[in-house]
Design a protein around this ligand. Structure first.
Ligand SMILES: *Cc1c(COP(=O)(O)O)cnc(C)c1O
Length: 413
């Protein structure tokens, strides 16, 4: 980073510097009240005529800066490589690059996007254990020379398409992390596969630079990192026993959530690193956090576009839903707790309400049996913590195109 505050560095970063960046105050206000105020000013602003009349996100870059420094404080020996798939918004990726993060990219397009923001190829891990050949050939051209693997077939493919690439052997994370999304079903070598996979790379003449794992996204039991680090150390020792060059990278993956569980996870990781890698001070430890940086930095405002009253029950339609950024309800077990933008009057009555998304599929239902004050068409609902696995996986089903949902970039101070 250059001189100046981290926020100044972020504001001139590629991906941010050409954007209009709104500033807002969180002085003496709770976080959520502050962002509510910003949403209010956006929907009331007619200077950018016409005023914002459809769903939008707000990205608070100050949150990203705070999270980055919290990571550095809690895990000073672990460089974060942000997992781009979680939310590829260029302002977020650019801000993290300016702060000093590396990147976990899983496809050609993600690598291209990171490089376009000035990220050095050496700061990219191509962290997809199973890669299409054309993507791998692109990585070779681009100079992205570190990738993960967990099968003998992948070794042969890397040898064919990108023989200079170094490998990280991906281990299956331990069971019992109670993750929102368990990735161990699909990825990661089992204990008895470690030696054969190391041998396969050795025979192919590919260098195994280290070990990676992922405990699953949204893990709720933090002790899983301990078990995974023990297994990683065993794999380091297995490589030495096979006469391979000593490994130098330990990639502890993602799975972190901002907040209290992060400190808990960091304590487990630091203890396990001291205990099991303390005698290997030259090993570079990296992580691949996605949710940690993205989740709390984005807020969604969606507009009420329809209403039906059935007795006491209120039914509303909003202009984002399960095929849009709220796909996280299905795909990521997001629990929506929308709150009206308008401040409810003192003692204002609430109604049992249903909120539907805009597409014609009845599955496109955001909440049911949910208490909301009376709202009208044109009112707004706010959804907090909407940055992880949201817009990234939205579709344009029924002509409602997720990529058209505007993202306002802002910073709070
Ligand atoms: C999805 C993914 C991540 C990010 O996971 P989070 O739980 O969002 O931190 C990191 N690494 C790999 C290989 C992934 O597939």
């Amino acid at each position: 980073m250059g001189g100046g505050s981290p926020m100044q560095t972020v504001l001139v970063a590629p991906g941010v510097k050409d954007r209009k960046v709104l500033s807002f105050s969180r002085d003496a206000l709770k976080d959520k009240d502050a962002v509510t105020g910003l949403v209010r000013s956006i929907v009331a602003d007619t200077s950018s005529s016409p005023a914002q009349r459809s769903a939008f996100h707000v990205l608070d870059l100050a949150k990203v800066v705070d999270l980055f420094w919290a990571w550095r404080r809690a895990l000073p020996d672990v460089r974060p490589y942000y997992a781009v798939k979680c939310n590829p918004e260029p302002a977020l990726v650019g801000a993290l690059a300016a702060l000093g993060a590396g990147f976990d990219c899983a496809s050609r397009a993600e690598i291209e996007a990171a490089l376009a923001l000035g990220v050095h190829p050496r700061s990219i891990v191509y962290a997809n254990p199973c890669k299409p050949e054309p993507h791998l050939e692109y990585a070779a051209e681009a100079g992205v020379n570190l990738t993960t693997y967990d099968s003998v077939e992948e070794v042969a493919k890397v040898k064919r398409c990108h023989p200079k690439c170094e490998l990280l052997l991906r281990l299956k994370g331990p069971d019992g992390g109670e993750a929102k999304v368990d990735l161990g079903i699909k990825y990661g070598a089992h204990a008895d596969e470690v030696v054969p996979l190391l041998r396969a790379a050795q025979r192919a003449g590919l260098n195994v630079a280290g070990i990676s794992f992922h405990v699953g996204t949204g893990a709720s039991r933090m002790d899983v990192y301990g078990g995974a680090i023990v297994a990683a150390r065993a794999a380091f020792d297995a490589a030495v026993a096979l006469g391979m060059p000593p490994m130098r990278v330990l990639d502890i993956g993602g799975g972190f959530t901002a907040g209290a569980t992060f400190d808990e996870a960091a304590a487990v990781v630091n203890d396990a690193l001291a205990q099991h890698f303390g005698d290997l001070p030259c090993v570079e430890v990296i992580g691949e956090p996605g949710r940690y940086f993205a989740e709390t930095a984005f807020t969604l405002a969606a507009r009420v576009i329809g209403k039906r009253t059935r007795g006491e029950v209120r039914e509303y339609w909003i202009d984002d839903g399960l095929y849009g950024s709220l796909n996280c309800i299905l795909m990521d077990h997001y629990v929506p707790r929308p709150r009206p933008l308008a401040t409810p009057g003192p003692g204002e009555k609430t109604h049992t309400s249903t909120v539907f998304g805009p597409t014609c599929d009845s599955l496109d239902t955001v909440v049911t049996g949910y208490q909301l004050p009376e709202m009208s068409v044109g009112d707004w609902l706010i959804f907090d913590d909407m940055g992880a696995y949201t817009t990234a996986a939205g579709s344009k089903f029924n002509g409602f195109d997720t990529s058209e949902i505007k993202i306002y970039v802002a910073y709070s101070s």
